[in-house]
Ligand binder design. Structure first.
Ligand SMILES: *Cc1c(COP(=O)(O)O)cnc(C)c1O
Length: 397
C-alpha cells in the first residue's frame, strides 16, 4: 500500500526528496508505468532522461538477463570485453578517442575535472581553474556542486572546492572576461536541462570553441542529459557542429542501469597514466552490457532519428498550443525529445499537477518550466496524447 511505503520512507529514508509525488510504480512497459494500485501513467519524463528505450524493452531485458547469467562484476584488475567494446562504440560514434567509465553523471564530471587538471599538471603548467555557467547543473558531488551555477545548491557546502567560477550563459564576453592564465577548462551544457531546457546559441558555442583553441583552454561539454540521442543527434555537440576536448555522458547511456562515461581526445586522455584515476564499479561487465544493448537497440530501431522526428513533431504541436494559449505559455524551448514549456509562474505548478492527475509524468523546473524527456521510441500517437492532455489542462486553468 502506498501509505505504508510513504510511512517507511518518512521513517527511514533521509529527507533529501521531501514529499514526493504520491505514487509508487510497480512495473513499466514502453511509455507506460503501472502504479501499485493499478493506475496507468504515461512517462513523459523517462526517469529524468534516463529511460531512452522506455520501460522493459524486451531486447534490452534479454541482454541484461543473458549478462546476469554469465557475470556481473570482476574489477578493473582484469580485462573486460564489454567495457572495451562499449568504449569502442562511444569513440567510433563521437569525436573522442578514448573513454572512461564510472557510475553516474556527477562522477563522469569529476573525472573530467581531474583529467583537465592533470593534463596541465603534466605539461608543467599552473592551470587549474574551471569556468562554468550560471544556471548550470553538473551533479551533487563537491566539485560538481562547485561547478553548478546555482547558489542554493552551493551555499550549505561552502567553502566550495576552489578553482571554480561561473559566468553568465550564452555570453561569449562573460567567458572572455573570466579567463585568466590559470584557466584550465570551460565546461558547459549545450542545453541546460535541469534549470529548464535553455539552449545555448550555436554561434556562442562555435565562438567558445575557437576561443578555447586560441587560448589553449580545454572545452568540456557536459552531455549527461543531452547525450545519447536526446536532442536528435547522438550527442549535442554534433548538433552544434563543435568538437569538445572532453565530454561526459550518463543518464540514458545504460538505459536505466547506472553508468557514466568521460570521453576525450587522445592528446588529453593520455594525461591519465596508470594510478592517476580509477573506479571499483565503473564499467563493470553488467553495466557495460547495458550500454552495448542500448547502442544496439538505437541502431536497429533508428532511435536517434526517431528522437529528431518525433521531437520536431511534438515541438510543432506545442508551439501551436503556445499560440492558442499565448497568455499562459510564455515559451517552448528545446530540441529533439528534450523540451521545456515555460508557463506563467502562477500557472506552472498547477499545470504540472493537473498533468500528473491526468497521469502524465513531467518535471517542473524552477517552478516555471515543464520539462519533458520521454523515451526516444515514442510514436506520434503518443506525442499526440501529451499535446492533447496539455491542451485540455490549459483550457481548464
Ligand atoms: C543529471 C545531470 C548530472 C548529474 O548526474 P547524476 O547521475 O545525477 O550524478 C550532471 N550533469 C547534467 C547536465 C545532468 O543533467
Amino acid at each position: 500500500m502506498l501509505q505504508d511505503i510513504i510511512s517507511l520512507d518518512k521513517k527511514y529514508y533521509m529527507n533529501t526528496f521531501g514529499d514526493r509525488l504520491p505514487v509508487c510504480f510497480e512495473r513499466g512497459e514502453g511509455l507506460k508505468l503501472y502504479a501499485d494500485n493499478g493506475d496507468v501513467y504515461y512517462d513523459f519524463l523517462g526517469g529524468i532522461a534516463v529511460n531512452a528505450l522506455g520501460h522493459s524493452h524486451p531486447v534490452f531485458i534479454k541482454a541484461l538477463k543473458d549478462q546476469l547469467d554469465k557475470l556481473i562484476h570482476t574489477s578493473s584488475l582484469y580485462y573486460i570485453e564489454n567495457q572495451a567494446k562499449l568504449a569502442q562504440k562511444l569513440v567510433e560514434s563521437s569525436c573522442a578517442d578514448k573513454a572512461f567509465f564510472c557510475n553516474s553523471g556527477a562522477e563522469a564530471n569529476e573525472a573530467a575535472f581531474k583529467l583537465a587538471k592533470i593534463y596541465f599538471y603534466k605539461k608543467g603548467m599552473d592551470r587549474y581553474e574551471i569556468i562554468s555557467l550560471d544556471h548550470s547543473f553538473h551533479g551533487r558531488t563537491l566539485a560538481a556542486v562547485a561547478a553548478t551555477g546555482q547558489k542554493h545548491y552551493q551555499k550549505p557546502y561552502e567553502p566550495l572546492t576552489p578553482g571554480f567560477k561561473q559566468v553568465a550563459p550564452n555570453s561569449f564576453e562573460a567567458v572572455e572576461e573570466a579567463v585568466t592564465d590559470k584557466t584550465a577548462a570551460v565546461m558547459i551544457e549545450l542545453v541546460q536541462g535541469e534549470s529548464g531546457v535553455h539552449p545555448m546559441d550555436v554561434e556562442y558555442a562555435k565562438r567558445l570553441r575557437r576561443f578555447c583553441d586560441e587560448k589553449g583552454i580545454l572545452l568540456i561539454v557536459d552531455e549527461v542529459q543531452t547525450g545519447m540521442g536526446r536532442l536528435g543527434k547522438l550527442f549535442a555537440h554534433e548538433l552544434y557542429g563543435i568538437e569538445p576536448d572532453i565530454f561526459t555522458c550518463a543518464k540514458a547511456l545504460g538505459g536505466g542501469i547506472p553508468i557514466g562515461a568521460m570521453c576525450a581526445k587522445d592528446e588529453i586522455a593520455s594525461a591519465f597514466e596508470p594510478g592517476d584515476h580509477g573506479t571499483t564499479f565503473g564499467g563493470n561487465p553488467f553495466a557495460t552490457a547495458a550500454g552495448l544493448a542500448v547502442f544496439d537497440i538505437y541502431e536497429k530501431e533508428g532511435l536517434v532519428e526517431n528522437s529528431a522526428k518525433q521531437g520536431r513533431y511534438l515541438k510543432d504541436k506545442l508551439l501551436r498550443l503556445a499560440e492558442k494559449y499565448s497568455g499562459k505559455i510564455t515559451e517552448v524551448r528545446g530540441m529533439g525529445l528534450l523540451i521545456g514549456i515555460e508557463l506563467r509562474p502562477e500557472l506552472a505548478p498547477v499545470v504540472f499537477r493537473r498533468l500528473f492527475e491526468k497521469k502524465f509524468l513531467t518535471s517542473l523546473c524552477k517552478g516555471v518550466t515543464i520539462r519533458i524527456a520521454p523515451p526516444l521510441n515514442i510514436t506520434s500517437e503518443e506525442a499526440d496524447m501529451f499535446a492533447d492532455a496539455l491542451d485540455s489542462v490549459l483550457s481548464e486553468v
